[in-house]
Design a binder for this molecule. Structure first.
Ligand code: SF4
Length: 216
């Protein structure tokens, strides 16, 4: 592909967003949650596993520990038993109990709403903070870059970067702020349904004419 101007890339990016938004009008966060506490815990549990697997364990977890104060006082062995199937369960148990303790002790039981406060919580990095801000509080502070978003951003020639933070920076430069949260959902939906890592279905892709990596 010939070198693309900044403007041409921005136009292509906008067109891609429009096509994906039409294709996936119900794109949303796949982690089942009903508040910021639940979403924070679910996101911490989603490391190295699928959202589907997390959704299998969280109903029992939140029934037993409905608020941060309950989880803050939990016995680690009890939590480990519930979340075992999500993998890395000892570390995740430490993180979600620590998360609940700091939310309870320092924030009066309310998950904080700023990037700085969120990333100071145990188990919460920029990606988890972006998930919470965008989906529990409706704040577009950044773009969630998971494996799908990273792969598609590279295939679409939106970035040449390798680290999630730098990929996020390129996407934030390419799209207006109010699109950041939805952009991530759209790319994740497309990555799951059409542009799979091992076998992208370019022939079924609505943006194949705009994708430099298209095989058709
Ligand atoms: S054209 Fe192919 S490689 Fe490009 S986004 Fe679509 S499925 Fe993925």
């Amino acid at each position: 592909m010939a070198k693309e101007s900044k403007r041409a890339r921005a136009e292509r990016a906008a067109e891609i967003f429009g096509l994906l938004a039409e294709e996936y009008p119900d794109a949303h966060c796949a982690l089942i949650h009903s508040n910021a506490y639940q979403l924070g815990v679910a996101t911490i549990l989603s490391a190295q596993t699928t959202d589907v697997r997390v959704n299998l364990v969280t109903p029992a977890l939140f029934e037993r520990y409905p608020a941060p104060a309950h989880l803050a006082d939990a016995r680690p062995a009890d939590v480990e038993e519930i979340i075992r199937s999500t993998g890395f369960f000892r570390n995740k148990t430490k993180n979600i109990i620590g998360f609940a303790q700091v939310v309870t002790d320092l924030h009066g039981g309310e998950v904080p709403r700023t990037m700085k406060e969120l990333t100071a919580l145990p188990g919460v990095g920029r990606k988890t903070a972006n998930v919470i801000l965008g989906n529990a509080f409706g704040v577009d502070e950044g773009v969630v870059v998971d494996t799908h978003v990273k792969r598609l951003s590279t295939l679409l020639a939106f970035t040449k970067e390798k680290t999630p933070e730098k990929v996020e920076g390129d996407l934030m430069a390419l799209y207006p702020m109010e699109r950041w949260t939805l952009l991530s959902h759209l790319l994740i939906f497309h990555g799951r349904q059409v542009c799979a890592a091992r076998s992208p279905r370019c022939e079924a892709c609505v943006m194949s004419h705009l994708c430099p990596s298209s095989r058709v």
